[in-house]
Every structure is written in C-alpha cells, then in structure tokens.
Design a protein around this ligand. Structure first.
Ligand code: GCU
Length: 392
C-alpha cells in the first residue's frame, strides 16, 4: 500500500488523528493579549475594556468561532402548562413552562422545567442547566433522579433550579440542527453563511429566551441566575453568557475544546477534530483554523474574560484528558488581567489546585477526581461560589 492509500484508509477508519496527552508535546504558543486592541492600542482602563476592547473581542468570537446570532424574536410567549406546589414532597413548587418564540411566519417552542423552593424568601436566585444529555436527567416527576442535575440538593440550599433540553432549541445533529429555533431566522435549505451561527450559539439563544421568562416570574430573581452547562453544554453556556449579560454567573463544567480549553495547546481534542466531528457546532469560518490555532485572533481565555465583571467558573475532571484540564485552568487564569482591570478578583491560584480544593475569586476553578461528568460534587462547589457572589 502506498502512503496515500494508507492515509485514505486511516482517515476512513478514523485513525488519522492521535490526540496528544503529553504535556511535553504541547507546542510553543503565544496567547493573544486580551488587553491589546487589534490596532495595537493598549487597554488602560475599565472603560476602555467595556467600550472598546470587549465589543471587539465579542465581534472576533462571533466572526471566527461561534457565528453571529440574531437578536430576540418579534415576541416571546410563556404558558405555565403545569404547576405543582407540592413537588419534591412539599419542598418545592414545580412549573413546566412552554416558551414560544414568534417571528415572521414562524413559531418555535421549547419547555423549561423549574423548581422553586417553598420556604425560601422570594424572589430566589436560580441555577439553570443547559441539558445536553437525555431528559431523564431532569425528570420533572422526580421518579428518576440523576446526579447530573441534583435538583433536591439545590432546592435544599435555597436556590431555584431549572433546565431545558438544548436539542429542543437546535437538534444536536449536523443534518437537522437548523430545523428548530434557527429556522425562525433562516431557511435551513439554503447554504450557511461563513459567519452564520451554529448550534452552540443557538443553544445560548434558547437560554436567553428562558431568561426572558425569568424576568416575568416574580418568584425568581432574574438578576441572580447562574447559567450552567457540561461539556458541549459548557461551551454553549460560556458563549451564551458572553452574548447575554443578564446572566449573573456563568459556569462551564468540563467544557474542553471550543469551551474553556486553550485551543493553541492542541491537547486532547483539537480545532480540526471538533470541526470534523461536529460540523454544526461552530460557524464555518472556524474551519479556517483547523491545524492553524496560532492564527486565531482570540483564544479561550478571552471568552472567559468576556464575562467580566460577572463571576465565571471553569471546572475540570482529572481523567478528562480529551477536554484538557490544564488548558481549562489556563484560560481561567489568563482571563485574570481583565478581571483585575475592572476591579474584580482574578483566579486566586497561580498553578492548578489539587483535586477537591477549589479556588474562588470572581473567577472560580476546580478540578475533581474522576472522569468527564457533571456530579453532585461539582454542583456543591458551584453553590458555594454562588453563595459568596449572591451574598448568602
Ligand atoms: C465529545 C466532543 C467534546 C464534547 C463532548 C460532550 O467528546 O468531542 O467536545 O465536549 O463530546 O459534549 O460530552
């Protein structure tokens, strides 16, 4: 067999890519400086950041990574289709809310599941999970319980807890992702534009419609909503939190490549790999950076920085090499100068903390033992972090 035949066979059987898990093989790289404008100007003040550099960085991520998402639809309507004041053995009130977006001739609906603690002073702050796993993880009947969304624990700590299925907003499939909410704004039969939004941006757009609902529900404090996602949901929570500053805390759990992990490290999953396997997640322009991470005008520390001055949390798991725990830590760390400039506390750790020892400033980080997952242990650290920032 000649080289080409071997390469073709390797590509066909998915053998062409060997992820790097060796820290010594991480290439040399220089991160773009979040505090230097594209024209070379230095960002000297918080005002400079908010008025000049932040819009520029947001625009760069829109253009090169996630795509431009549309604004809100012409109108959004909410119907509480079920309300049970005796949910969780009387500890909480369940609301199942149908969120309906109307735009032009189009209509799109998805469901928000919300539990509100019965004995907490209202309005209560809330955690909302962008659920990328099956609906059995967020069972409104509580017949099925899941550590992925330990709703009883969250209620016990005095928070409301909400979830929606990201696939209800945009199916997680290259063949059909444009057929739900995105079709309000574009024809799925037409070619995507190079900087048009992908599924990750669409999921964040859905989170914003849930926020529209919270703003109408007097039991929930819409100014204290923590947005949370795991893995592909964690990529979407970071981008959704960057696009919609109404989210008071943004949390990414094991979000990896295209989430919190520094792309230039090429550790575990890479830009080329993610674009090949998940062609519907990012904008088409992101493919220009397959194998050319150093040419990106941004890296993911700048995504974390877009949350400032709001608290943002990045979390890793020890055995989750594919998501590059060290790269996730470094993004949280290198967002620091922006947080300092705007008068907030950067990540209070110069190197990766030990598992189970979270570092909490306005930027938070932890790594825990175990593999790729969202667990009650992770939730516990997120609630500690929120307790601090929500002054509880
Ligand atoms: C795949 C993908 C990751 C993603 C993960 C998940 O492993 O390569 O980028 O984070 O799925 O969503 O669980």
């Amino acid at each position: 067999m000649g080289f080409n035949a071997i390469a073709t066979a390797a590509a066909l059987f998915g053998l062409a890519f060997t992820p790097n898990y060796d820290e010594d093989q991480v290439p040399d790289y220089t991160l773009p400086d979040p505090l230097v404008m594209e024209n070379g100007d230095t960002v000297e003040s918080a005002e400079d950041w908010f008025e000049r550099r932040r819009p520029e960085v947001l625009g760069l991520f829109r253009e090169h990574v996630y795509g431009h998402r549309p604004g809100p639809p012409e109108s959004v309507e909410f119907d509480v289709v079920e309300e049970d004041p005796e949910a969780m053995e009387g500890a909480a009130t369940l609301k199942r809310v149908n969120i309906r977006s109307l735009h032009g001739e189009g209509e799109h609906a998805f469901e928000l599941i919300l539990f509100i603690p019965n004995d907490a002073p209202e309005p209560v702050p809330a955690f909302m999970l962008m659920n990328n796993r099956g609906p059995e993880n967020t069972d409104p009947t509580r017949e099925e319980l899941s550590g992925f969304w330990p709703a009883e624990d969250v209620i016990e700590r005095g928070y409301a807890v909400a979830a929606f299925q990201v696939s209800d907003v945009a199916p997680d499939s290259a063949g059909s992702f444009r057929e739900a909410a995105m079709s309000l704004f574009e024809d799925p039969e037409e070619d995507r534009t190079p900087n048009g939004w992908g599924a990750l941006a669409a999921w964040g757009w859905g989170a914003s419609r849930a926020m529209d609902y919270f703003e109408t529900d007097g039991a929930v404090d819409a100014s204290r909503i923590a947005l949370l996602g795991h893995s592909r949901g964690g990529k979407a929570s970071l981008w959704g939190g960057a696009e919609d500053e109404r989210f008071a805390i943004v949390i990414s759990n094991n979000s990896g490549c295209g989430g919190a992990a520094i792309s230039r490290r090429r550790f575990g999953e890479t830009v080329a790999r993610i674009n090949e396997n998940f062609p519907h997640w990012f904008c088409l322009n992101f493919r220009e950076y397959d194998g050319r991470e150093n040419a990106l005008p941004v890296d993911q520390h700048m995504l974390v920085a877009l949350m400032a001055p709001r608290p943002v949390y990045v979390a890793s798991a020890e055995d989750d090499g594919w998501a590059d725990p060290r790269g996730e830590f470094l993004a949280a760390y290198h967002a620091g100068p922006v947080f300092s400039l705007v008068g907030e506390t950067p990540l209070p750790a110069d190197d990766m903390p030990e598992p189970g020892e979270p570092a909490h400033g306005t930027v938070g980080y932890h790594i825990r033992e175990g593999g790729h997952n969202l667990t009650p242990e992770d939730w516990g650290y997120y609630m500690d972090f929120a307790d601090t920032h929500f002054g509880r």
